[in-house]
Ligand binder design. Structure first.
Ligand code: PXP
Length: 249
């Protein structure tokens, strides 16, 4: 059964729209935990567009589930992670001009520096996950870094047309199988919604889904605690019928 990591970056986005003190993502992390979040995820971006350094420091002191820090593989972020010691670091690609993370990290293309960074974080007792596309070459490179986890990028699945979605789901299922046969543990995330999450949650070996935008969007209507509760129910007990549009009969 997969667990649920709740990404609260978009709470901070609302605060930063006015550069004020509310809503405070630290308080909302507590509400997410009350709703059943198994972990809290934040992305400390280099441009600090949403989550701030102070948020990460306070979350380290207050989160009672698990704190997952998404960050770029830079010297600045490494120093912050080694000081704050989140339970998990998820290394992601980052471009200043992007609206949100686009695609997985090119682990194969920067294997040596990543090996060093993964080693230093793990030596400090921090779990490391690499956010990658479900491609064999990238998964093999993840294995070569010594990281224990991968987070499969589900953005392409999430954005696919209904005709394409079964193919993208098959890619994720195969990616999960390959990763596990390489000895890696498997998480997934990006672009998942209440409508598309169940087939991904049902993939064999899926350990954790990291989900943010759709939960924060629903929280506007029902409150964060309830929005998390509703997502957790889908993640824990996904329907297993074929996807609408699946060609298999
Ligand atoms: N996982 C990773 C690595 C991400 O970068 C993000 C977005 O910050 C998420 C999961 C959550 O994506 P979403 O907000 O679309 O649910």
């Amino acid at each position: 059964m997969a667990s649920l990591g709740v990404n609260i970056d978009h709470i901070a986005n609302v605060r930063q729209a006015r550069r004020t003190v509310e809503p405070d993502p630290v308080s909302y992390a507590l509400l997410a935990e009350l709703g059943g979040a198994d972990g809290i995820t934040v992305h400390l971006r280099e441009d600090r567009r949403h989550i701030q350094d102070r948020d990460v420091e306070l979350l380290r002191q207050t989160v009672r589930s698990r704190l997952n820090l998404e960050m770029a593989a830079t010297a600045e972020m490494e120093a912050i992670a080694l000081r704050i010691k989140p339970d998990m670091v998820t290394l992601v690609p980052e471009k200043r001009e992007e609206v949100t993370t686009e695609g997985g990290l090119d682990v194969a293309g920067q294997l040596e520096p990543l090996k060093g960074l993964v080693g230093r974080l793990q030596e400090a007792g921090i779990g490391v996950s690499l956010f990658v596309d479900a491609e064999t070459s990238q998964l093999e490179a993840c294995r070569a870094t010594g990281a224990r986890w991968v987070e499969l990028h589900t953005g392409t699945y999430a954005e696919a047309t209904w005709q394409q979605q079964p193919l993208e789901l098959a890619r994720l299922t195969e990616g999960s199988f390959i990763a596990r046969s390489l000895g890696l543990r498997v998480n997934a995330g990006h672009g998942l919604t209440y409508q598309n999450v169940e087939p991904v949650a049902a993939i064999e070996g899926m350990e954790e889904l990291n989900i943010g935008h759709t939960i924060v969007a629903r929280a506007l209507a029902v409150g964060l605690e309830e929005a998390v509760r509703q997502m957790k129910a889908l993640v824990q007990n996904p329907r297993r019928e074929p996807l609408f549009g699946s060609t298999s009969s």
